[in-house]
Design a protein around this ligand. Sequence first.
Ligand SMILES: Nc1nc2c(ncn2[C@@H]2O[C@H](COP(=O)(O)OP(=O)(O)OP(=O)(O)O)[C@@H](O)[C@H]2O)c(=O)[nH]1
Ligand SMILES: [Mg+2]
Length: 569
Amino acid sequence: MPEELPLLPAVELLRPLVEGASSLPGLASEQGRLSRLVEDYGRGVLHSERAIVVAFVGATGAGKSTLLNALAGDALAVEGTTRPTSTQPVVYAPEDAVVGSLIGPGVKSVRYRVHPAAPWSGQVFVDTPDLNSIAAEHRERAAAVLEQADVALVVMHKGAVVEATQAEFLAGFARRRRLLFVLNFADQLTVASREALKSQAARVAASVLKLSADEVQVFAISASEAKTGRDPSGEWPRLISTLQALGQEAGREKVRRSNAVGILRELSDRLVPALEEVDRVQRAVEASLERGIENTRGAFLEDYTQRLDSARAHLSNEVRRRASAHWWGPAAAWMRLSLLGASGLGTAALVGRRNLPLGLAVAAVSAAVDRVKEHTLSAAADRRVVTAEDPALVQSVRTAVTAARSAAHQAGVEASRLALPTTEELLEALQTVRESAWGYTEGAAVEQAVSRWWRWARWLLLPLVNLPLGVLLGHVAYNVIRAYVREQYLGIDYFLNAGAFAAVLSLAGALLASLSLSRTARQVRLLGSQRFSAGLAAWAEQAKSGVTQAFAQWREPAERLVKAVEPFR
Ligand SMILES: Nc1nc2c(ncn2[C@@H]2O[C@H](COP(=O)(O)OP(=O)(O)OP(=O)(O)O)[C@@H](O)[C@H]2O)c(=O)[nH]1
Ligand SMILES: [Mg+2]
């Protein structure tokens, strides 16, 4: 039973992921290479039925063209004694084979007729010149053609095994492609020197190309002798059967699959360090933003506490007003007033004893003044707490943003990539936090603190204030009844006196209640600061999470790609 192999991911899935991933820092310069890898992958996966593409690679004069001819059983390529003989890649393809992107500028294409009797005909052969012997500007082209081969036959002359210029290219090729090594000129070698050269070649190939020893197969043959049917080393049939196995359907599939897996591994090898690099950048940017924001947080909280302090009078008014709504009895009316309003009404009561209309006038004026004052206080508080902007704070936000930007810049990343918040955005969000904290302070915080006060005041303060008033009321009632019974007349002065006394008593009660509320007003400010502090924390979190999200989005394609490749590692 053959082992179940994981399904290769579709190239349509890989392509956008690779495109997305190539924006990672560290991969920008590899963009071209990465997209070539994907195209290469696509060719292998999509066209696994196509004839295998075999590239002949090696030093000039090693016998590449001769070996090609020997395999195809025909004089396809030009062999020569002049060096170099081949100067451009030539693609030899059977008449019905699809060659597609193999052919391009600087590449010659030749169609050939398949000889059924030939050792290994029917493949697409690419005869390449020695990379050393062609002009530098054509090397790229030759390398690009080679990159598209499924298998490379590395042909070695007696002495030269793998040359430096070839080695670099072949090392890259070997990571994802099948390589076969051919030691040519076996007709000129003794058995001993053949074996010595073969093992030397295997050693060098393994170390230079980073291959394991069992991946390096070296065949000692003579290409020129093979053309005439001779086989001085006896290794020709083994080479042919190895090649034939590659060319058959199962072999082709195996080659293409392992090539595709090689590409996936190479992709992942490039992405993993790039992702680590992004992690490093992310840590640096986030740490810098975090530091900057932490610094501003302390300053903003202190500033807000000061703002609340400056709105102290307004908040005390609010507390008194809310408390008076719970209260019952005549003191409630006084509590609604500020000290100024209360003393105005107190005066009115005293004046009223002598001159009622004047007293009423004083009361009306002081109530009106109190209203206006309250309104002014409230507007001033709004302005001081919410609107006023402190240049030092604006600067501290700007510093935080600039530091994060320069951290990104130092890591070689365009700050616009990272959704770093701007100073204006941060200040705007802060303003919202301030507004909502102020709304809470004026409303719910007052309500909450007053309820707490009312919990004890209703049992202690309320009876204390209302008891003397009750006694006075009882006394007046008693006098009225007694006067009625005795048929005496109680003058208006008596009632005015009693009324004034009641007013003074309730005023005293209201003052007592107001005094007991001073702790409550402090509590309101504390609750307000706490709310602002919580809002600030959320603000900081949001600023940071924007950056974290941007990084996550940036990394996503690369991460998905690495994950898709995981089963093939
Ligand atoms: N004695 C001997 N001569 C060989 C053998 N293989 C090739 N030759 C000769 O070596 C010379 C060079 O062979 P080519 O096939 O042209 O070499 P190449 O690798 O294609 O060289 P370039 O095209 O220049 O890169 C030719 O004269 C061949 O006849 C062999 O196995 N034994
Ligand atoms: Mg040649």
